[in-house]
Design a protein around this ligand. Structure first.
Ligand code: NAD
Length: 270
C-alpha cells in the first residue's frame, strides 16, 4: 500500500482483514492499521508484492514520482478519483499491469469499487484485479477511464446543485442534506437514478424538466435520448420498458425487492 492517508489506511485494513500479508509505505505516517506492516522504504514495501495499491495525494506529479520508482512484476492499481490514467501509465514498470481501482471512503464499509483500464491494461490484469477485489468482499464495477469515472461525475453534479441551493439561500446546509437523505437519497440506497426514473415514468420526468428549463435554463433541456424513448412509447416500468426493459416477472420481483429494501432502510434509520 503506497500512501496511508484516509484511503490508504482503509484499503490496507480491508486487505489485511481478508488475511493477506500487507506492507505499507508512507513517509509521513508512523502507525499502521491493524495487521499492516509499516515499511521504512518504498522498495521494502513493494518487494515481493503481487499487487500494489497507490493512494497518495491526488496530484499527478506526486503519483508519477512514486509510481516511477516501482520495479517488479506486481499489478499496480491507482486509487485516483479524477486524474487521467495516461500520464500514470507512462511511468509504471509495465502499463499492461496498470489500472485504476477506485475505492470509496470508508473503504472497509462501502462495497463498490470502480475499476478502469488504462491505455494498455491487459485482460489478465483486469481479471486478476476483479478476482482479488471479490476475495476482499468488494463489488468491482468496470467503468471507462474518463475523469471522475461514473461516481464522481454524478456525485459532483449533485454537490454543485446543492451548493447553488445554499448560495441562493434556499435552505441551511443541514436542511438541504436532510431533504436528500429523507427523500430521493433514501431510495438511492437501493436503486440508481436510471431505475428510479423508470419507476417514476420518463414522461413524468420530461414534464418536470420542462418546468425546470423555464426556471433555470438550458441545462435542464429535454435530452434527445429521453425524447426518443418517449416517442417509442418507452415510458418506464409502467409501459414495460424505459431505459431498460422490464419483463413482467422481473418487474414484479424488482418492485417487491424495492418495498422490502425500503422497509429495511426505514427500520435501520429509526
Ligand atoms: P490523504 O491526504 O488522506 O492521504 C494521502 C497520503 O499520501 C498522505 O498520508 C501522504 O503522506 C501520502 N503520501 C504523499 N506522497 C507520498 C509518497 N511519495 N509516498 C508515500 N506516501 C505518500 O488522501 P486520501 O483522501 O487518502 O486520498 C488518496 C487518494 O485516494 C487520492 O488519489 C484521492 O483522490 C483518492 N480517493 C480519495 C477519497 C476520499 O474520500 N478521501 C475517495 C476515493 C479516492
Amino acid at each position: 500500500m503506497l500512501g496511508l492517508g484516509t484511503m490508504g489506511r482503509g484499503i490496507a485494513g480491508v486487505v489485511a482483514a481478508a488475511g493477506e500479508d500487507v506492507r505499507a509505505y508512507d513517509p509521513n505516517v508512523d502507525a499502521a492499521p491493524a495487521g499492516v506492516r509499516l515499511s521504512s522504504s518504498l522498495a521494502e514495501a513493494v518487494d515481493e508484492a503481487e499487487l500494489v495499491f497507490e493512494a497518495v495525494t491526488e496530484d499527478v506529479d506526486a503519483k508519477r514520482a512514486i509510481l516511477g520508482q516501482l520495479t517488479g512484476e506486481a499489478i499496480v492499481a491507482t486509487n485516483t478519483s479524477s486524474l487521467p490514467l495516461e500520464p500514470l501509465s507512462e511511468v509504471v514498470p509495465d502499463p499492461e499491469r496498470f489500472l485504476a481501482a477506485h475505492f470509496f471512503n470508508p473503504a472497509d464499509l462501502v462495497p463498490g469499487v470502480e475499476v478502469a483500464a488504462g491505455p494498455r491494461t491487459s485482460a489478465e490484469t483486469l481479471e486478476r484485479t476483479f478476482a482479488f477485489l471479490r476475495h476482499l468482499g468488494k463489488e468491482p464495477i468496470q467503468v471507462k477511464a474518463v475523469p471522475g469515472f461514473i461516481a464522481n461525475r454524478l456525485q459532483l453534479v449533485l454537490f454543485l446543485e446543492a451548493l447553488a441551493c445554499v448560495e441562493e439561500g434556499l435552505a441551511e446546509p443541514e436542511e438541504i442534506d436532510a431533504v436528500v437523505r429523507k427523500t430521493f437519497g433514501f431510495r438511492l440506497g437501493a436503486f440508481g437514478p436510471l431505475a428510479i426514473a423508470d419507476m417514476a415514468g420518463l414522461d413524468v420526468y420530461a414534464a418536470i424538466l420542462d418546468s425546470l428549463r423555464s426556471a433555470y435554463g438550458e441545462r435542464f433541456a429535454l435530452p434527445e435520448k429521453l425524447r426518443d424513448l418517449i416517442a417509442e412509447g418507452r415510458l418506464g416500468t409502467k409501459s414495460g420498458a424505459g431505459l431498460r426493459r422490464y419483463p413482467e416477472e422481473e418487474l414484479r420481483a424488482m418492485l417487491s425487492r424495492r418495498d422490502e429494501t425500503y422497509r429495511r432502510l426505514l427500520a435501520a434509520s429509526e
